[in-house]
Design a protein around this ligand. Structure first.
Ligand SMILES: NC(=O)c1ccc[n+]([C@@H]2O[C@H](COP(=O)([O-])OP(=O)(O)OC[C@H]3O[C@@H](n4cnc5c(N)ncnc54)[C@H](OP(=O)(O)O)[C@@H]3O)[C@@H](O)[C@H]2O)c1
Length: 288
């Protein structure tokens, strides 16, 4: 089993894994694992569970106890029993005894009170079927409400150069103070940030002789101390991302990245209640 503090800084994202031709992506997955990437993010929402079913083959090829398998609870949780049912599906499909982390993918996915969801997850931890507890896409209020009763270990949320909402609403501070690890998804905004050629990124990429994406990942991991979940099934880009960890930037340059703001993203109003507006998990996809 992998301890919370032994997770490699770059996680393996699985959105858009080529589940129909998993053999093509298998080599890349194994390559990531061999580089030390030991966090695997799974969701039954991706292609109706087909990605999870195909990833069983990957899990069979590596040492299961050296892989941190993170799983998501998906819509819709109508009653407490649905939680164990969803967990059992992951365990059965993957033929494993426990998952390393279970999180609610999004608060609105549950029709029962959040606190009841988390009491149930705690029960599953006590049974040994789950090792750590996480939550994704929550607001500060939702996170703190749960964490007062059930200790949360991980928070998975959007964070990148342009979308700093979780910093603004003080979730990052809360995680720091409460020993909650922040897992950042879409750190590269699916390569769209680099494509914009922001002068700051262009300048730093040239100064350190790195790519813009390496500058972003280096800053998120070294300066913001987050675990970055990146999906790549391209061997060159997997190496590029790993090599993003191998250098340090000047303090002033980290500060400039810390202070960078995107007016476009800052002006988006997030619909935290999922009432038809822009939900937090859609924020990163608002602009090319
Ligand atoms: N909790 C949530 O609600 C939530 C939401 C979104 C994502 N996630 C998780 O977080 C993971 C990461 O997010 P994401 O996949 O949406 O976005 P991402 O990791 O920012 O970007 C992935 C895309 O960028 C490309 N890429 C990767 N490294 C690159 C590089 N160095 N240069 C250029 N392109 C690069 C990949 O293509 P190639 O494969 O061709 O390299 C892929 O198309 C997901 O896979 C998923 O597991 C969770």
């Amino acid at each position: 089993m992998i301890n919370k503090n032994d997770i490699f800084e770059l996680g393996i994202g699985t959105w858009k894994i080529d589940y129909e031709n998993i053999k093509n992506d298998m080599q890349s997955l194994i390559h990531s694992y061999n580089l030390g990437q030991n966090y695997l993010s799974l969701s039954m929402l991706y292609n109706n569970g087909e990605v999870v079913r195909q990833l069983k083959r990957f899990i069979n090829k590596v040492d299961r106890d050296k892989l941190f398998i993170a799983t998501n609870l998906e819509p819709t949780i109508e009653c407490r029993d649905d939680i164990e049912k969803q967990l059992n599906e992951y365990l059965q499909i993957l033929d494993i005894e426990y998952v390393d982390m279970l999180q609610l993918h999004k608060p609105s996915f549950s029709k029962i009170p959040l606190i009841d969801v988390y009491k149930e997850i705690q029960r599953l931890v006590n049974l040994g079927k789950v090792k750590y507890i996480g939550i994704s896409n929550a607001s500060l209020e939702q996170l703190s409400l749960i964490n007062k009763e059930i200790k949360i270990d991980f928070f998975e949320g959007i964070y990148n150069l342009e979308c700093k909402i979780y910093e603004d609403i003080k979730v990052l501070d809360y995680c720091d103070k409460n020993d909650i690890k922040f897992l950042c998804y879409q750190p590269l905004r699916r390569n769209r940030t680099a494509k914009r050629n922001y002068p700051l990124l262009v300048e730093l990429a040239s100064k350190y002789d790195k790519t813009q994406n390496q500058i972003i990942l280096n800053w998120i991991i070294n300066e913001k101390k987050m675990i970055a979940l990146v999906k790549s099934t391209n061997i060159n880009r997997i190496n590029e991302n790993k090599q993003a960890l191998d250098f340090k930037m000047d303090i002033e340059d980290y500060e400039r990245l810390n202070n960078f703001r995107s007016e476009e993203f800052d002006n988006v109003k997030v619909d935290w209640d999922d009432n038809g507006g822009i939900s937090i998990d859609q924020l990163a996809n608002q602009f090319e």
